[in-house]
Ligand binder design. Structure first.
Ligand code: GAR
Length: 205
């Protein structure tokens, strides 16, 4: 097999700073075993789409509304992935839960970044700023981020990398979110992408 890089699709819904971290890591040589060849957004207004365009990466907008059902939405994504022979899927701020049917097709081939130390503040209903609101409401002094494989349980797949981040007096959810991104997410996600891309290439031989 002479494929030199694992083909990566990044699924996004919003700002796309984690997508940017992956693209920057490719640029700087921290990711060498994989290449982002497709960005899929379930939100036509996501700034992540601009980031993809700026990097010259193909992007597709696939929404549940246009597709009519979760099953049709997932089929459309699967079709886009298959057409490009995607090896690795990265959920980078993708705010839609994928069915067991979907995740079973890409076992140990879907990564997600979650903005807490799983098993704290995770699962259904815990996404984006809500995670940080919950951490502040609980009064934890340490939070962080987790990169894990995605299976049929929301935020329940095998943990690959975690990093702790301090909660500071006076933190707002927005301030805490930014610190968790800067100190944890933007480092962990590219590192995990390189690690799993390399594994995929090695398995292909
Ligand atoms: C990130 O903090 C990511 O960990 C979180 O949403 C944010 C997306 O930011 N994801 C989840 O909560 C998923 N459960 P981004 O669009 O700038 O990467």
């Amino acid at each position: 097999m002479d494929q030199k890089k694992a083909k990566i699709a990044v699924l996004v819904s919003g700002g796309g700073t984690n997508l940017q971290a992956i693209l920057d890591a490719q640029q700087s040589g921290k990711i060498v075993s994989g290449e982002v060849v497709l960005v899929v957004s379930n939100n036509p207004n996501a700034y992540a789409l601009t980031r993809a365009a700026n990097a010259g990466v193909e992007a597709a907008v696939i929404t549940k509304k246009d597709c009519g059902s979760q099953a049709a939405f997932e089929s459309a994504i699967l079709e886009a992935l298959a057409a490009r022979e995607i090896d690795l899927i990265v959920l980078a701020g993708f705010m839609s839960i994928l069915s067991a049917d979907f995740t079973a097709r890409y076992e140990r081939r879907i990564l997600n970044v979650h903005p807490s130390l799983i098993p704290s503040f995770c699962g259904q209903g815990f996404y984006g700023l809500r995670v940080h609101e919950a951490a502040l409401a609980k009064g934890v002094k340490v939070t962080g981020a987790t990169v894990h494989f995605v299976n049929e349980i929301p935020d329940g797949g095998e943990i690959l990398l975690q990093k702790a981040v301090e909660v500071l007096p006076g933190d707002t959810p927005e301030v805490l979110q930014r610190r968790v991104m800067e100190q944890a997410e933007w480092q962990l996600l590219p590192a995990a992408v390189e690690m799993i891309s390399r594994e995929i290439l090695e398995k292909k031989g």
